[in-house]
Design a protein around this ligand. Structure first.
Ligand code: ATP
Length: 584
């Protein structure tokens, strides 16, 4: 396939504000591709060259991009810089310079998707001495043969600025439509994706083995499964009403780890399925010693004070990633893993088995282990007992509990009622924080105008429509430094119009690509005609007195944000609380 065809599709996707049009455009592109090319297109749409778990990340700095543009088009670097200041987008700079150059060159080799992908792959994997120079040559090679529109994307993709607003669910529906003839096959494609977290691989499998191929796909040791997620409840009674007799485990506020072991080889993946193996030498040693040839299991890693038995806060656990050398941190903050599920053992996939059985198998494997031990757990059908367990967890500094349906399978990649979390609540605030996606920002008036940012427009996720719905304008909770920092982050992902997957009545001063998730709390959820979250034709849902707590979450992507349905549930529960208070 010619890269020109892909570039035209990118251009169309960029300007559309309809998700259905996006799906149709992508589906017709996929229809004209073979399996191998489709795989490459999927990665490029995700701004990648391989699945996240491989650790192969495509990325170049602006300096390198400017050097490539300058060399390819024979212009001074200072001219490139000037153009960049003016246009604010190096992709557009390359496009414009390429258009000038085109009149002079007569000879060029048309670019194919294969060639572009292969150069990007080499850029992503180049390392060590001479790698900068190699990356430069690979980029220049592409730019030399690129038409103007192609040049725009050859620069934007490795800079991480593709900004098409295409989410995984949109790609999945387009693949289902193109290969299987209907979007109704979305659940089948999604299931395969949930089991391997590699959408490129699933695309290729779909082309080559069809519906049966993806339906019979199982777990592969060494390739992460998309994690099961929990719904939230407001009380122990609610949990018992939903599940009846159930298990409840302590909810540790640490770092979610999915551990795979095959013989002597161990991989550790994060909640976002990134390979974090190097960060956890102590857990690797403990995993190697487990009595299993092949195993995939999951738990929460948390630093423990060995003298007092207390848990360190999440920040301390994560610090080992950021601040300290890993080996130094493992001494000072020894990590323990509290395992809560098992998905695969010695050649057998366990996810279809009920929780009760999986838990038994897990406990068998972890008998007498210290560094990796089963999470604390009770089984009960009494709301009082559940409440007492919750209280005891909270007293010990834990986040709360996660209740589990004893008969449920492990449901990869989905938030279902088979897991229900109950978290400690904060007086005068909602019973849980909300993870919102930043959709745009307001420039700010008065005192705030000096920072260039006065507040942000935020939204929640609607998985059925694969879109983001606004829920609040947030201007509180920021320190002055954070305002400055936030503006920098957002300017980097600014877009010229409302992204296709965003549904909004409000218009911020600057729209941004939905990428960053931030945690907020609020006094309550109210109904409002200004926001699109949960819109029923006259009102949506909004947050009253929203304020940020914490900072941009690097463990969550936009589709991991709180969903519209969760907001509706929280709203109902909140009403329930108010009604019973009034009655009392
Ligand atoms: P949160 O911010 O509340 O942790 P989340 O979106 O990251 O939410 P959820 O699936 O909603 O994740 O909540 C469950 C999370 O709690 C898991 O991602 C996991 O990291 C953590 N956790 C801690 N202890 C347990 C446990 N015993 N069982 C399941 N999950 C647990």
């Amino acid at each position: 396939m010619q890269f020109r065809d892909l570039a035209r599709v990118f251009d169309r996707l960029e300007s559309t504000s309809s998700r259905l049009e996006m799906i149709d455009t992508l589906a017709s592109l996929f229809s004209s591709a073979d399996g191998k090319t489709a795989r490459k297109i999927v990665y490029l749409l995700q701004g990648r060259v391989a699945a996240p778990y491989t650790g192969i990340e495509l990325g170049i700095g602006e300096k390198l991009a400017m050097a490539a543009i300058s060399r390819a088009y024979g212009v001074d670097i200072s001219d490139v810089e000037r153009e960049y200041k003016e246009k604010g987008d190096l992709g557009l700079v390359a496009e414009a310079l390429s258009a000038n150059k085109k009149q002079m060159t007569l000879f060029s080799q048309p670019l194919t998707v294969d060639r572009v992908y292969s150069n990007f792959y080499r850029i992503a994997t180049a390392s060590g001495y001479g790698s900068q120079d190699l990356k430069l040559r690979l980029l220049v090679d592409l730019l030399n043969d690129a038409e103007p529109l192609e040049a725009r994307y050859i620069i934007r993709i490795p800079l991480g600025k593709l900004r098409l607003g295409v989410g995984d669910a949109t790609i999945i529906e387009a693949l289902a439509l193109a290969v299987l003839g209907s979007r109704d096959y979305r659940p089948d494609v999604e299931r395969a994706y949930n089991l391997c977290s590699d959408l490129g691989y699933v695309a290729e499998l779909l082309y080559e083995k069809g519906l049966e191929g993806i339906r019979s796909m199982g777990i592969v040791v060494g390739i992460p499964i998309r994690p099961a997620l929990a719904q939230r409840a407001q009380s122990a009674e609610e949990i018992i009403a939903r599940l009846g007799r159930c298990a409840a485990e302590a909810k540790y506020d640490g770092f979610r780890c999915q551990i795979h072991k095959k013989g002597d080889q161990v991989w550790i993946f994060s909640r976002r399925m990134e390979n974090m193996t190097d960060m956890f030498p102590d857990l690797i040693a403990a995993a190697k010693a487990l009595p299993a040839d092949t195993i995939v299991f999951e738990g929460e890693a948390i630093a423990v004070n060995e003298n007092t038995g207390e848990f360190y806060p999440f920040q301390m656990t994560i610090q080992r990633k950021r601040k300290y050398g890993v080996s130094e941190a493992s001494k000072e903050y020894p990590l323990y893993l509290f395992a809560f599920d098992i998905m695969y053992l010695n050649g057998e996939t366990l996810i279809e088995r009920p929780y009760r059985e999986r838990r038994q198998i897990l406990e068998g494997i972890l008998r007498d282990r210290k560094r990796i031990q089963p999470s604390e757990k009770i089984e009960t059908d009494s709301a009082d007992e559940l409440e007492a367990f919750f209280e005891s967890c909270v007293e010990r500094g834990l986040e709360g509990i996660v209740a589990k349906d004893l008969n449920a399978p492990y449901i990869a990649g989905a938030r279902k009622w088979s897991w229900i979390k109950l978290k400690r609540s904060y007086r005068g605030e909602l019973s849980d924080t909300i993870d919102v996606v930043i959709l745009g920002y307001y420039k700010g008036r008065g005192k705030r105008s000096q920072f260039g940012l006065g507040g942000i427009l935020v939204g929640v996720y609607d998985p059925d429509e694969d879109s983001f719905k606004t829920i609040a304008k947030v201007g509180s909770g920021f320190t002055e430094e954070q305002l400055v920092e936030m503006k920098k982050l957002l300017d980097d992902i600014a877009v010229s119009h409302r992204p296709a997957r965003v549904s909004a009545f409000l218009e911020p001063d600057v729209w941004v690509e939905p990428r960053y998730v931030i945690t907020v709390t609020a006094d309550e959820i109210t109904r409002s005609p200004n926001h699109t979250a949960g819109w029923d034709g006259s009102r949506g849902y909004a947050l009253r007195f929203p304020r940020i707590v914490g900072w941009v979450r690097d463990d969550k992507g936009p589709e991991d944000a709180t969903t519209v349905q969760e907001i509706i549930d929280m709203y109902k529960d909140q009403k329930h609380v108010q009604v019973s208070e009034n009655e009392a």
